[in-house]
Design a protein. Structure first.
Length: 254
């Protein structure tokens, strides 16, 4: 079934031409209803209830623009869940959990058009199938990672979030982290599999040293030995969080 995803794009004219060209080659679903080059213009459209936006794409690297001022200026916080930010995912400025803001996704500037279209479809599907006031699994994963001391300014945070999300959707992937998850992430983020593995490992180790000990112990006490300072493997880390999410819903991954 084809449907229009009414979208606001906030970027330079050069980036807009690129988005239009690449997205149109993949899908006819995306309708760029509005396109502006400044965050001020964008906020006017976002806060206009007559705009009827399904999704918002924002270039988070526009010069002389304040992305935080834009995001915190949303009158309808639900629209933050429909927002995709194009950035190099190096910054911690999207960690807005203290204000209960939920960004749907941050995509690297060297994104593949397929990934952008998939994210737009997920946003549209989420609107049709779920109550936006309920925190999504993607958001839950982000909150768990933050509690474990893994910050959004680390590439490993984003790799882990997607890996956990994909394994939640298809638990059979838990036995194929190396053969299926790493290649999937490498394709999505345009990185080498070895880079994906190292970034995830680094994120886990960093979180282990600075995260919430009681929370970590609650999740991982059955598979690690804190006395000898052992840490979960990448696969164990992903599997335990997936298991936690599924148990909360009365499901099992096995």
């Amino acid at each position: 079934m084809k449907y229009n995803i009414n979208t606001l794009v906030v970027c330079s004219n050069e980036e807009l031409v690129k988005i239009k060209k690449e997205v149109s080659q993949i899908s006819t679903e995306v309708n760029i209803k509005y396109a502006v080059e400044t965050y001020k213009e964008a906020l006017t459209i976002i806060n206009d209830t007559k705009s009827n936006l399904d999704a918002i794409i924002i270039d988070g690297t526009l010069k002389e623009e304040n992305i935080l001022a834009l995001l915190t200026g949303y009158k309808n916080e639900v629209l933050l869940s429909r927002t995709i930010i194009l950035d190099n995912i190096k910054l911690d400025c999207y960690n807005l959990s203290a204000s209960n803001y939920q960004i749907f996704n941050v995509i690297p500037k060297n994104y593949k058009a397929e990934e952008l279209v998939i994210s737009l479809r997920e946003i549209k599907n989420k609107q049709e199938k779920y109550n936006f006031l309920k925190i999504s699994i993607y958001d839950k994963v982000a909150e768990i990672l933050k509690k474990l001391g893994i910050a959004p300014d680390k590439n490993g945070f984003h790799y882990l979030r997607k890996a956990i999300y994909e394994c939640y959707l298809d638990p059979s992937l838990l036995t194929s982290i190396t053969k299926e998850i790493y290649p999937m992430l490498a394709h999505s983020f345009d990185k080498k599999e070895s880079c994906i593995e190292r970034s995830i490992r680094s994120a886990i180790e960093t979180g282990w040293d600075r995260g919430n000990y009681e929370y970590s112990n609650e999740l991982f006490s059955n598979c690690v030995d804190y006395e000898y300072k052992t840490k979960p493997t990448n696969g164990e880390f992903i599997a335990i969080i997936v298991d936690k999410l599924m148990m909360e819903e009365g499901r099992t991954a096995y």
